[in-house]
Ligand binder design. Structure first.
Ligand code: HEM
Length: 391
């Protein structure tokens, strides 16, 4: 088990969230001209009321900052009614029933990945399982070759990369990655227009909304949203679950003995170390949050990771409790943008954890070296996660 000091860099933001929930739960930062929202009830309201809190960048970003990534042109950054129409196009690919059909394929990919490490008694959970599993699954759904995984990873990292400490070189590298990703998908679109196949990209190319085909920007937005959303987040759910279990080794034995506890443990990991730290919205009209008056057209940071540790909603919020009930965490968001991939993410994480419990015996031990957090203002997870078990 890691000592707190070894996790200090990783978990420092949780201390900040607690202080802010207590002292300034609705806080305006003049440097970035944005409001930060920290309490559960307030974050819930922001996510649930799309009429007051818009997802459309034009409602809160100055023109020069809009359309920075292809995700800007995706449904994630739209409001109803267009949002609903675009979401309907892909929602059929992600219903619980469709996802259940993928169970045997996800199990086969997981087995293949663990075959490569099981005998050695050690693995890097991120490199060897948590990264390759979801990227392979989403690449197969989209119909793009999983062999280009390494590039997908660079593009996907770039799409969520960048934070207050990014240098101009970091930003330059991110922009370059975005350009090669666009070029790659444009090639795929050309190829599938000429030779349609039985995959999501071909279906999207044929699809019409209000009698019109999707624009290239919208198609790219779809693919990049699914590639990034279906990838980085699930990687971090699997990795963060192992971090939680490393802090609570007794839970590993309880889970091994009673697999019915696995889904609840994953929900608790989503709450405890939420893979998505925050999401953004803009006010369409003047409104009150708590005792603060917020003008129309203001950018809001809704801190999901803070809401999910709010004592007012979760008794003993700083305890990791695999049998927490109820557990109405906001890890997958809420309202019209509730995560479309939640059934898929839950299934992938359940299969990954169950297969690890089956095949990696004895107690698990995460390396005592300090863990490096991913550099991102929106994503929470670690870059590497070396794990050993008893052979
Ligand atoms: C939306 C989290 C996995 C696809 C969201 C939102 C959150 C989230 C918080 C809402 C964002 C907002 O309201 O601004 C997660 C987490 C995941 C995960 C924590 C893994 C543990 C996936 C997967 C897919 C996916 C596997 C697809 C393959 C999407 C899409 C949206 C979305 C398309 C946008 C939905 C919309 O705008 O209507 N996700 N996600 N996610 N997620 Fe996920």
């Amino acid at each position: 088990m890691q000592t707190n000091s070894k996790r200090a860099e990783l978990t420092a933001t949780y201390d900040w969230y607690r202080q802010m929930r207590e002292a300034q739960p609705v806080f305006f930062d003049p440097n970035i001209q944005a409001w930060h929202i920290f309490r559960y009830d307030d974050v819930l309201r922001v996510l649930s009321d799309h009429a007051t809190f818009s997802s459309d960048e034009s409602s809160f970003l100055p023109p020069e900052y809009r359309n920075a990534t292809p995700i800007s042109s995706s449904m994630l950054r739209m409001d109803p009614p267009r949002h609903r129409k675009l979401r309907n196009l892909v929602s059929l690919a992600f219903t619980p029933r469709m996802v259940a059909h993928m169970e045997s394929r996800i199990q086969a990919i997981t087995n293949g990945l663990l075959d490569q490490v099981q005998a050695s008694g050690e693995m890097d959970v991120i490199r060897d399982l948590a990264y390759p599993l979801p990227i392979t699954v989403i690449a197969e759904i989209l119909g793009v070759p999983a062999e280009r995984r390494e590039e997908f990873k660079q593009w996907s990292d770039a799409s969520v990369g960048g934070d207050a400490e990014s240098t101009p070189e970091d930003i330059q590298a991110i922009m370059q990655a975005m350009e090669s990703m666009k070029a790659y998908f444009n090639e795929v679109f050309e190829e599938r227009r000429a030779h349609p196949q039985n995959d999501l990209v071909s279906a999207l190319l044929q699809a019409e909304v209000d009698g019109e085909r999707l624009s290239n920007e919208e198609l790219l937005g779809f693919c990049v949203l699914l590639l990034v959303a279906g990838n980085e987040t699930t990687t971090n759910l699997i990795g963060n679950t192992i971090l939680c279990l490393d802090e609570h080794p007794e839970a590993v034995e309880r889970l091994r003995a009673n697999r019915e506890l696995v889904p609840g443990a994953l929900e608790e990991a989503l709450r405890y170390y939420s893979p998505i730290k925050l999401t953004i919205r803009g006010t369409t009209t003047e409104t009150m949050i708590g005792d603060q008056r917020i003008e129309a057209g203001k950018l809001l940071f809704a801190w999901i990771a803070s809401a999910d540790r709010d004592e007012a909603q979760f008794p003993d919020a700083s305890q990791f409790n695999i049998e927490r009930e109820p557990n109405r965490h906001l890890g997958f968001g809420r309202g019209v943008h509730f995560c479309l991939g939640a059934p898929l993410a839950r299934l992938e994480a359940k299969i990954a954890l169950n297969t690890m419990l089956d095949r990696l015996p004895g107690s698990w031990h995460v390396s005592d070296a300090p863990l490096s957090p991913i550099k991102s203002s929106s994503v929470f997870g670690v870059k590497q996660l070396p794990l050993t078990w008893e052979k």
